[in-house]
Design a protein around this ligand. Sequence first.
Ligand code: ZN
Length: 400
Amino acid sequence: MSVWEENDEIKIFREYLQIPSVHPNVDYVTEPCVAFIIKQAESLVLPYKISRPGGEDQPIVIITWLGIDPELPSIMLNSHMDVVSVYPEKWSHPPFAAEIDSEGRIFARGAQDMKSIGMQYLAAIRALKKDGVTLKRTIHVTFVPDEESGGKLGMDKFVQTDDFKNLNVGFSLDEGRATPDEAFNVNYSERTMWRLHLKISGSTGHGSLLHENTAGCKLNFLLEKLMNLRQQQVDRLKNDQNLTTGDVMTINLTKVNGGVQVNVVPSMIVAVFDIRIPHTMNHEALDKQIRTWCNEAGGVEVFYELKEPKNEPTKLDASNIFWTAFKSAFEEMGLKMRLLITPGGTDSRYLRKLGIPALGFGPMNFTPTLLHANDEFLKAENYLKGIEIYKTIIPKLANA
Ligand code: ZN
């Protein structure tokens, strides 16, 4: 037995990891995660509430640590209970056993994304309470479902409810990715998502002839324009060491549909693109450019399956007292920070849309980035260090 297995916080973390809250069939009905989290609230002697804005089978658990001044806007510490699917045969340890190896690596789906963070919030609160600490602002530790399928039945619904409004959230902390080096990633913005369908119609006829204005010719024209745009972003990323994927626009052809028979020129081809745009770019100019190209091609209908309004970033200046508090915690601990625009999506975007500042952070440095990967693990040592980090960050935010 490794030394880590005796540690009470590691025991709690592993117990949570052993609940297979895995997509596509997350068991929110018998709710083993909810029961486990309620047990944690009870052991902390903290009140909890369950909200179900996304349906009976989409529970959100809110654990509350009341501040001395509960009228002040509160701090929300959010995590999602669900995890992505696994290929167990590709894992060297069973993905829901939370086994610890001789190096203290705890293997489980959710070890990084993000059952660790949810339990670290609670562990830090346990330690603060034990030290007799009281905080100015109220803390709400929230556990949400459905993040891994986009949060539509989780955070997106929740922020529209009175249950959420009653929390009076002034700032939110949510997930961030592990980093292999010393610096911790802190996400302050998310790219805006567009799902673009180009419905390209053209002249049809026998496949043995050379018709003009076929859907194929038009697709070729549009693909060249859009792939050139993509290449510009590839080059930007390659030529500037300071940029990460979140800083550039990604544009990918993800689906092509059309045609009925190999010797018939199709009357319609539909090309679908996944486009993600940072807040630093001019979104409307891009839309205009796409429409101009489609007009040039002729006979192309532009349809957005999804066209998010521009996601505004969380302010990183003195006007945001929570940013100042968060930064000062890092300075006090002598930790390095790397500010990022998240390449993927997290629940933080639903808060930012309401104008609530939100940061994404996971206290996992010197750790390979293994979210959604095989053999996802977190070292026990990093996990415990993370609790100490939250023990500094949480009072700074709550006393801001
Ligand atoms: Zn996550």
